[in-house]
Design a protein around this ligand. Structure first.
Ligand SMILES: [Zn+2]
Length: 163
């Protein structure tokens, strides 16, 4: 590697910031702390970034039995994906997404009440809500919270809400 360097320049002198070339890799998604998920507009939105970092060199300290890594380019890929509102369940009834859509079409006052409960819960999330489950799996995951006696569930896809 050091064969291309001018005389007197060692690899340690090189600033690696220019022209980073990331090796091919499968993105290693992890949640962005504090941002995952965000609940808004009747959806749970997950925000993840890739934690892949190129390892350009490593050193082992045999006395301490520890290995140190010199890292190069970092992957900066991000992705968002969302779960849609799947159901709203009060003590009296459970409204699935289809029910909610129908109530909305009919201009039913029950829709306004359900929507209000959802918005209140979303604004209270996460500190003032009870978190029943957060499973970010994009195919089979779900988010379930409870607030003010109302349970609210989100899931992947609008049509797959029968899990
Ligand atoms: Zn990546």
């Amino acid at each position: 590697m050091s064969g291309n360097l001018p005389p007197g320049v060692t690899p340690a002198d090189i600033d690696r910031h220019y022209g980073p070339s990331l090796p091919d890799h499968d993105h290693e998604w992890e949640p962005v702390q504090g941002l995952s998920p965000v609940l808004e507009d009747m959806a749970a939105i997950f925000h993840e970034q890739c934690r892949f970092v190129e390892v350009v060199d490593s050193y082992t300290d045999y006395q301490r039995d520890e290995t140190y890594y010199e890292t190069g380019a970092e992957c900066e890929a991000e992705r968002h994906y969302r779960f849609e509102l799947a159901y709203v369940e009060t003590e009296e009834e459970r409204l699935d997404r289809d029910d909610i859509d129908r109530l909305e079409e009919n201009g039913d006052g029950q829709f306004e009440a359900a929507l209000e409960a959802v918005i209140e819960a979303e604004q209270a999330f996460p500190d003032e809500t009870e978190i029943i489950e957060i499973d970010p799996d994009q195919q089979h995951g779900q988010v379930i919270i409870r607030h003010d006696g109302v349970e609210i569930g989100y899931g992947p896809g609008v049509n797959g809400g029968d899990a």
